[in-house]
Design a binder for this molecule. Sequence first.
Ligand SMILES: NC(=O)c1ccc[n+]([C@@H]2O[C@H](COP(=O)([O-])OP(=O)(O)OC[C@H]3O[C@@H](n4cnc5c(N)ncnc54)[C@H](OP(=O)(O)O)[C@@H]3O)[C@@H](O)[C@H]2O)c1
Length: 312
Amino acid sequence: MKYMNIGTSGVKASRVALGVMRIDTKSPEEAATIVRTALDAGIDYFDTADCYHGGESSRVLGRALKELGIDRASIGIQTKVGIYRDPASDQITRYDFSAKHLIQAVDQELKNLQTDYVDYLLLHRPDTLVELDQLAEAFNTMQTSGKVRHFGVSNVNPMQVELLQSGISQKLDVNQIQFGLGHTGMVQQEFHVNMIDDSSLDHDGGLISYSRLKHMTIQAWSPFQTGFFEGVFIDNPKFPDLNDCLQKIAEQHGVSKSAIAVAWILRHPAGMQVLLGSMTPSRITEMAAGADVDLTAQEWYDLYLSAGNDLP
Ligand SMILES: NC(=O)c1ccc[n+]([C@@H]2O[C@H](COP(=O)([O-])OP(=O)(O)OC[C@H]3O[C@@H](n4cnc5c(N)ncnc54)[C@H](OP(=O)(O)O)[C@@H]3O)[C@@H](O)[C@H]2O)c1
């Protein structure tokens, strides 16, 4: 495993982290095995959110960490809030960056996670009705109480970061965004500047370059999914060229195709962190090994092209 600094906060974390969105259905024994496997692979950073299955993912993670007797200071825990799910309908009915909602959501997450603080709190999805004074009140309250150490965002474009940042005194260090060989839009657009084709469409506002300039860490979510949870590309017959290329490079490096898919994200000099979502211990181990693979620039481009992209 390799380690990195998150943003400019001084927080150090494994380059591959474990996201626990899918841990909610696991038994206590299964969850403990998943967390133990991740730790054994060098993963020391965990991502969750209050809206994952009504907080169940955080509860299962918190219980597993407790049962394993993990020293809290030896790991990083990050959660995300700001999405309101109506308890009656169990539907997401609004995004909510009001101070009251954010503070209550973090208090509930700390209970779920059985911890006194989170290392990072991210705003899960942008709330267009955000009032900056409300956001400042929430962040100041949570930081002063020691419940939240550092802050970030998720699914937010550069202008939205600028807006949010203008209202708060804490630096936004993280932007969590979908990225991987099955979802390459952020780089496609960098190659197709000023062209009149679909790849030139700016879906994210130049997020990679902006994040590098601002020293914000991009956390790549759903690194194995294509589209919006349409399934994984590994061994998927819809992606023969990508799988052939992954296989060839995997054999050269003596690792699995999954490890190469992780290494592809980490090869980008933006210095991203990968959020694995697998809950299969053997997969977690083989994916985490991708952190120790250094791809050449040509290997990176070969994989990018084999995923169905072009270079103009
Ligand atoms: N900020 C956001 O809006 C946002 C959105 C989504 C996710 N996230 C974060 O990102 C994390 C990861 O997301 P994700 O779970 O979608 O990531 P992912 O790693 O792309 O997908 C994990 C899923 O793919 C399956 N899978 C992986 N490799 C496979 C293979 N070779 N064959 C068959 N199935 C395979 C896993 O099954 P097994 O468990 O059986 O291995 C699991 O169901 C989440 O836990 C969460 O922390 C954030």
